[in-house]
Structure formats: C-alpha cells, structure tokens
Ligand binder design. Structure first.
Ligand code: MCA
Ligand code: AMP
Length: 498
C-alpha cells in the first residue's frame, strides 16, 4: 500500500517526488545557510534569534574543536542537553564532520547512561548534567566529556561536509524487548528522505515558524522538528521545557505557523482558557503516541484546529500521516508518506514498512537485525488495520511497550530493576490507560513484606529515568501464570490486591 497521491498537491504526480536521496543533511543545511546568511533560523531561549550565518560560523568552530580532540569520520559523539542554539551548533558540527550523533535522554540515570556509552563507545560526550561525567568515566575513562558550549581547543580548519548519503548520521537508542535498549543506526539519506516527505506532505515552507517544545534527543523533536526546519530553511523557536503559557505566548510573539507535540501536550493545551489561540497556527501535528479521538475533537471544538496525526518510529523516522488536504480522521494515522510503503501481514496484522527512510540496522546486533526484517520489510511491532478509504489505524502492539507522555517504557527494563529490591519475590510491569499520559507505568509485585507508599517508585527512580517509575504498585499474593509458567499480564488486574 502506498497511496502517496493522497499527500500530494494537485499539480504533483507521484513519479515526480524528489526525496533528496543522494544528498546529506549538512550539505542541504549549509547550502541554505550560505544562500541566506542574514535569515534568522533558530530562536534560542536565552539569546534570541540566531541567523543562518551565525549558525554556520558556530558549527564550523565546534567542528574544528571536535576534530582537534580527535573526532574522525564515523566516530560517535554523545549529545544530551536542554534545547539551545549551543546544542544545535554542536549537533550540526558533529554531523558536518562525519561523526555519528547519539542523542541521549537527559533524564537517564547512571545505569542507562553507562549502557549506551559502553555499547556505542563515543569519543566525545557533550552533556549538560555534571553528574554524567562521573557516570560516563565509570565505564570508559577515555571519553572526553564537555558541556554544550564545547569549550575545547580549536585547532586548524578541517574539511567539512565530505560524507555521503549512505554514511551513518544518528544512533537512537530504543526498544529494549530484551531489557536493554539497542542503537538504531540511521543514515543521512534515511533522515533527509523523511524530512523531504514531510516537506511535501505538510506543505512545509521556508516562511514557516515552528514552536518546538519537544526535547531534541528523540526523533520527534530532533529528526522532524529541528532537521526539518533546517533543511527547509524555515525557522524554529526552541523551548527547553513544555509549559502551556510559554507555548501560547511564543505562538503570539513570533507569529508562529506550526506546533508539533505529543498527545499529553495537547491534553494540557485544551485545558487552558487560552486554547483558542491555537487557531493562529497553520498546522498542529501530533505523534509519538495515540491521540484519542475524543481529544482530537475537543481540540477542534476549542480552537478550530484539525490536528494532523502522524506515525513514526526511531528506526524509520516518519512513516504515515493524515493528509494536509482532505479529512484528518480522528483515531487514524492516515496514509504512507511519500516514498514509504506499508504492508499488513500476519494474524493479527502487523505493520511492515519499506522505504528510503528505513534505518540501516541495530548497532552491533546481527541477531536483532535478522529478526527485525521480514523479506526486506521492517517489522514495526505495531498492529494495524485499514479502513475502506485506505486510512491506517494502529490497533495494538505486538511488542511489549508502554508509551507514557510520548516516552517509551519497556516493561522488561523496569521489571529487571524492581527484581533487585530486597523485598520483591516477583514482579510484572504493565501500562494502565490514563487520560493525561495515554498510559502510565504500574507494577504488580509479590513481596515478602508490606511496602511503603512510593517505595518501589523511588527505588526505580534512583536507577532509571523518571518517566519509567511505576506511578502505582499493587501488591498481589501470586502471579497469574499459564501452564508453561509464563506470567499472564492480561490477568493481573483480576488479582486481589493485598
Ligand atoms: C514527566 N513525568 C512523566 C513524564 N514526563 N511521567 C511519565 N511519563 C512522562 N512522559 C513526570 C515527572 O517526572 C513528574 O514526576 C511528573 O511526571 C509531572 O511532571 P511534569 O512537570 O508535569 O512533566 P513535564 O516536564 O511537563 O513533561 C511532560 C511532557 C514530557 C512535556 C509531556 O513528558 C515530554 O516532553 N514528552 C515528549 C516526549 C517525546 O519527545 N517523545 C518523542 C519520542 P514527579 O511529580 O514524581 O516529580 S520519538 C517517538 O516516539 C517516535 C519516533 C515518534 O513517532 O515521534
Ligand atoms: P520509538 O520507539 O520512540 O521510536 O516509538 C515508536 C512507537 O511509537 C511506534 O512503534 C508506535 O508504537 C508509537 N507511535 C508513534 N506514533 C504513534 C501514533 N500516532 N499513534 C500510535 N502510536 C504511535
């Protein structure tokens, strides 16, 4: 199934789609910056607008510093910081140098940080949390740890923008069905083709101004919001945190045209008495988690905005989107984006995808790679259904995963931590439906003694990122198991809580 024509403006035929395959992100960015150096590109929360020429200079300076520190083509650079122009300069500099960026969630705790560091072995880590230095060095003392301003010696000028479209650009950590996240390696061609598809489908123009309150360490904020704005030559207003008032004030102040968010952000925005101000925008996009049909309708009631829901993954960037023109159907994610092909296979039907956006494979995980593909099609682990008009809906997941506020939580990873608690004999972690967060993490435990309120939440919070903490812990007498001894998670809710 492709249906690309559903995304195209009338004058464009599917055979004319140009997804920039063969080009690289930095080559496109630099060309934009050199053509219009005076144009404002990024609004930094502290510094105000930064021009293209300024960003070009900043990225060159940082690239020289990284090169002087020994970063070479293909070396990994870990990046984790709140949104700022410094972070953008460091990110673009690393890519221009041919390094592979590992965007890393700033909420990670020691075990999560040491896992990604020992797995991908970065040469440099650019981070804004002082405690990370010790965590990183505890597993690899050779990593150079620096702040987002990359205060290192500059060195002579270096050749930049030399890499090809097939070169690796990003390693995004994701889907730890085995308990431990694996690195999805995306090439420049993967990332650029996805952005080009969105440019066509969402009619993204250089005059667009995006309010970007998503963190820049996941595909949504980074691969869609930042990469898209820079490639299209449009503007992005960075907000380091999501606050309803800041978002609405920024829309007004900057005469913004677009907002991209996760459903939790929209559920907070509609609660505001100022929600009607969203009507100023040309486009509101939701993704990363299911947008409830009721919330979709509510947003339209209060602001007139028909939110455009789309579907993506770290491994594939953006896959499927509701159309810009035509019906944006609540509860559905729409049609495959230009260049993307979707296949429903199996019973229940799993969504399989192909396209220039599909990643290169998991970092040093040959076994995971062979399981991830079926005859050249990438297995998303999401279950899908098509309605008679060709709209795709995500109806479930074949993979065990909880999405809380747009962040993914793998039950196995949380269970492994809870099992280390001295009073716990057995545990199972599941997602519970929740209006604000979509799903929240809850734990069922068989324990030797009574547990104090928040004991498990705090225990997990010391070891894993805050959003992985169970909001509630239910103490049960025994785990429901099938004849083979496997825990039956769907029966947990029936257990009597002690
Ligand atoms: C914060 N808390 C959370 C979450 N965020 N708990 C569960 N899930 C969360 N996502 C905790 C805080 O630690 C705090 O705990 C309490 O909830 C209230 O925090 P609050 O200040 O209200 O939260 P916030 O800082 O405003 O964050 C909410 C947020 C944030 C803005 C919705 O979660 C967020 O930025 N989500 C976006 C994630 C994202 O970018 N996903 C894209 C992944 P306590 O009270 O105990 O201190 S990319 C992807 O999925 C694919 C590729 C795709 O398709 O896009
Ligand atoms: P990640 O591992 O962060 O890349 O998250 C990717 C997963 O997020 C997908 O496999 C889906 O399960 C989920 N996802 C992304 N967008 C949507 C959406 N619009 N509706 C439902 N689930 C989504």
């Amino acid at each position: 199934m492709s249906n690309w024509h559903r995304h195209l403006p009338e004058q464009l035929h599917p055979s004319e789609i140009e997804l920039g395959v063969g080009e690289t992100l930095p080559a496109v960015w630099v060309s934009n910056w050199q053509t219009h150096p005076e144009r404002n590109v990024i609004h930094d929360p502290a510094l105000g607008w930064i021009s293209a020429g300024d960003l070009l200079d900043r990225s060159e300076v940082i690239a020289r510093r990284l090169a002087n520190a020994g970063v070479e083509l293909g070396d990994r650079v870990l990046l984790s910081a709140a949104s700022s122009v410094e972070l953008v300069a460091a990110h673009t500099a690393a890519l221009r140098l041919g390094a592979v960026v590992m965007p890393t969630n700033g909420a990670y705790r020691a075990e999560e940080v040491t896992h990604v560091v020992s797995d991908a072995r970065p040469k440099v880590a650019i981070v804004d949390r002082p405690e990370w230095s010790e965590w990183i060095h505890s597993c690899d003392s050779t990593v150079l740890v620096t702040s987002p301003s990359v205060e290192m010696e500059e060195g002579p000028s270096v050749r930049l923008d030399q890499i090809g479209a097939g070169s690796s650009a990003l390693i995004g950590y994701t889907s730890g069905t085995t308990g431990r996240p694996k690195g999805a390696v995306l090439s420049h061609g993967n990332l650029l083709s996805s952005v080009r598809a969105l440019e066509i489908a969402w009619r993204w123009q250089p005059q667009d101004i995006l309010i970007l309150a998503l963190p820049l360490f996941h595909m949504h904020g980074l691969g869609v919001g930042l990469h898209g704005s820079l490639a299209i030559g449009a503007q992005a207003v960075l907000l380091p945190e999501f606050e309803v008032t800041d978002v609405l004030d920024s829309i007004k102040k900057h005469h913004a045209s677009m907002f991209f968010g996760v459903p939790t952000m929209y559920s907070r925005l509609v609660e505001s008495s100022r929600a009607g101000e969203l009507s100023q925008l040309r486009l509101c996009v939701s993704g990363s988690a299911p947008l409830a049909a009721a919330l979709h309708r509510r947003i339209q009631e209060v602001s007139g905005q028909r939110v455009l829901e789309r579907y993506g993954m770290t491994e594939t960037a953006m896959l499927v989107s509701n159309p810009y023109e035509g019906e944006r159907r609540p509860g559905s994610v729409g049609f495959p984006l230009p260049g993307v092909e979707v296949l429903l296979k199996g019973d229940p039907p799993e969504i399989l995808v192909k396209g220039p956006n599909v990643f290169q494979g998991y970092w040093e995980r040959p076994e995971a790679n062979s399981q991830a593909f079926d005859d050249g099609w990438f297995r998303t682990g999401d279950l899908g259904a098509l309605d008679p008009d060709g709209y795709l809906s995500i109806v479930g997941r074949a993979k065990e995963m909880i999405i809380s506020g747009g962040f993914n939580v793998y039950p196995r990873e949380v269970e492994d931590v809870i099992s280390q608690h001295e009073a716990i004999r057995e545990c199972a972690v599941v997602g519970e439906p929740d209006e604000e967060w979509g799903e929240t993490v809850v734990a069922f435990v068989v324990a030797d003694r009574e547990l104090s309120l928040d004991e498990i939440k705090n225990f997990v919070g010391e070891r894993l990122a805050h959003y992985k903490r169970p909001r509630r812990t239910y103490r049960i007498d025994s785990m429901p198991r099938n004849a083979l001894g496997k825990v039956q998670k769907h029966r947990l809710a029936e257990q009597s809580i002690s």
